[in-house]
Design a protein around this ligand. Structure first.
Ligand SMILES: *[C@@H]1O[C@H](CO)[C@@H](O)[C@H](O)[C@H]1NC(C)=O
Ligand SMILES: *[C@@H]1O[C@H](CO)[C@@H](O)[C@H](O)[C@H]1NC(C)=O
Ligand SMILES: *[C@@H]1O[C@H](CO)[C@@H](O)[C@H](O)[C@H]1NC(C)=O
Length: 258
């Protein structure tokens, strides 16, 4: 047990970003959504199905070498005449290499910050002052799903990404095994949201994920996900959803109401 806890500890990223705290920044928008659907996370055109097309590219402290992919943020602009107090909820799908703004968002997300009828006025501003914080992603009608990447080849190479990941967590490890077998192979993060292994168990496959939760982490076990004849390009339902919330210790941290 001690060994297991130690392992979990090592797998957890250092909690430095404190992205659940309220941050002050500026936000810019992409005039087209194309950069986001070819984003660093590797969601491709599926990105447009995440968060209703309200997407964000984030600086590396939020992108976290891919661990931030799929995270949700609430952003509101600070001009109460133009913008609503609820702001816009966005899903992270890309890395923003320019550090002038913490986030660059899709124009749809940008306009969603506006008060009713003011969306064009907000758009005209271009860059606006905002505050933002991480929030739980809510996929009420979708389970956590596993997409088998096009680069996969049954039975030798398996690359996957997770879609529709609820809650406010980061996946820090993924293992795969044949359904019913205790012989787990670990997967490695290849890039963005994509994990892979060339030690692919045969048969139908189960997964276990280590996610950040509370102040440490926990295993989430999806007992039957891929059929034996899994195919590149297909999306498979994990049969579960994540609702955990990670609480990195950050202080001071305003994470309350705004
Ligand atoms: C955005 O997220 C917040 C916090 O989870 C939630 O209260 C709010 O209803 C969401 N807004 C929309 C438009 O979904
Ligand atoms: C465990 O799984 C790996 C990868 O599928 C395989 O190479 C290995 O032979 C398996 N070991 C046992 C004891 O079944
Ligand atoms: C989610 O998984 C459960 C099984 O755990 C299943 O009953 C349900 O239909 C799935 N929901 C969706 C929206 O696919």
């Amino acid at each position: 047990m001690a060994h297991f806890l130690c392992l979990l500890f090592l797998l957890l990223p250092s909690a430095t970003a404190c992205d659940r705290c309220v941050h002050q920044s500026k936000v810019d928008y992409f005039s087209s959504d194309a950069p986001l659907s070819s984003g660093a996370c590797g969601y491709g055109s599926l990105a447009l199905s995440l968060g209703g097309g309200r997407l964000a590219a984030a600086v590396s402290s939020l992108y976290k070498q891919g661990a931030g992919c799929g995270a949700c943020f609430q952003i509101r602009c600070k001009d109460p005449k133009l913008c609503s107090s609820t702001g816009s909820n966005v899903t992270l799908t890309d890395l923003n290499p320019n550090t002038q703004t913490d986030l660059v968002i899709s124009s749809k997300a940008f306009m969603a910050m506006a008060n009713q009828g003011m969306d064009q006025d907000v758009l005209k501003l271009g860059i606006v002052d905002v505050e933002y914080k991480r929030i739980p992603c809510q996929y009420t009608n979708q389970n956590l799903s596993v997409r088998v990447e096009d680069s996969s080849s049954n039975p030798n190479y398996l690359a996957i990404k997770l879609l529709y990941q609820g809650g406010q967590t980061e996946v820090t490890a993924i293992d795969v095994a044949q359904v019913g077998s205790p012989n787990w192979s670990f997967m490695s993060r290849n890039y963005g949201a994509v994990w892979d292994t060339s030690r692919v168990p045969t048969g139908a496959l189960q997964f276990r994920f280590v996610v950040t939760s509370g102040l440490d982490g926990k295993w989430i076990w999806a007992k039957s996900v891929l059929p034996a004849e899994w195919k590149p390009g297909q999306i498979y339902d994990s049969g579960l959803q994540i609702t955990d919330i990670a609480q990195e210790s950050c202080s001071p941290c305003e994470d309350g109401t705004w």
